[in-house]
Design a binder for this molecule. Structure first.
Ligand SMILES: [Ca+2]
Ligand SMILES: [Ca+2]
Ligand SMILES: [Ca+2]
Ligand SMILES: [Ca+2]
Length: 245
């Protein structure tokens, strides 16, 4: 329970600006895909990682760098905070089905045009659709470029992996000292975005699992505040790992 209400009283202000917790969450080791006609595709290192690909709960964002084809844009956060509409040229990008991990939507290559990530109908029957493998924290399957053919995300030794947040087991403890206290709440405040508004990169630890969104719904809002409050243990008091469920 709360260790006195004092630290929560009157200090809950939204302070999202200035939070800087990194951009890409693609693995520095496993960061390459392979296009049969275009060669290696680097998912991490655009602009030193600042513009590299990031895996969110329900979408991807950022840029791939192709050695032979230049930039490929996976999207710049959905307009509604949840999923790109792919109209297609407005609000385009690659979405994640949060329950299956299947990818769908469009990416845009500056020199190669549209890349279709939705292989659910074409390759789903053989299990080769583009998708996130949550167990292995890596991408699998294939996508299709209108001008470049197949792009393989499923190499045995060379593939794209990402570093998932630890929220599924350790929620609301961004300083990793195994308590949930006022210091953690300070970070929560900086992460608070409001309902339906994507939280800043690095705030996934506060985006609780919920029905339909087992890895969070991309925002840090009142629901997440309620979960946070249910998890407060106090300074140096061990947290309850199941508190957010
Ligand atoms: Ca803590
Ligand atoms: Ca929400
Ligand atoms: Ca949320
Ligand atoms: Ca602490």
């Amino acid at each position: 329970m709360l260790r006195g209400d004092s630290f929560l009283t009157g200090i809950f202000v939204v302070a999202g600006a200035g939070l800087s917790l990194g951009a890409t969450n693609v693995s520095p080791v496993f960061k390459f895909g392979w296009g049969e006609n275009i060669g290696w595709l680097n998912w991490r290192d655009a602009d030193g990682g600042a513009a590299g690909v990031r895996v969110h709960a329900t979408f991807l964002s950022g840029f791939i760098w192709g050695e032979n084809v230049g930039w490929i844009n996976l999207g710049d956060r959905p307009a509604d905070g949840m999923a790109y509409q792919n109209a297609p040229s407005a609000d385009f990008g690659v979405n994640i089905d949060p329950t299956t991990g299947n990818l769908f939507g469009l990416a845009w290559g500056e020199n190669i045009g549209w890349i279709n990530f939705d292989m659910r109908a074409a390759l789903g029957p053989t299990g080769q659709q583009a998708r996130l493998d949550y167990t292995a924290s890596r991408l699998r399957g294939y996508v299709w470029g209108e001008n470049v053919g197949w792009i393989n995300l499923d190499g045995a030794a060379v593939y794209v992996a990402w570093m998932p947040p630890a929220y599924l087991t350790i929620f609301a403890d961004p300083d990793d000292d195994y308590d949930v206290d006022q210091e953690d709440f300070g970070v929560f405040q900086a992460c608070f975005s409001g309902a339906g508004v994507p939280a800043a990169d690095g705030c996934e630890r506060f985006d609780r699992p919920q029905a339909g969104f087992p890895r969070g719904d991309n925002d840090v809002d009142e629901d997440d505040l309620a979960a946070f409050l249910a998890c407060v243990s106090g300074p140096a008091v061990p947290l309850n790992e199941g508190c957010a469920n």
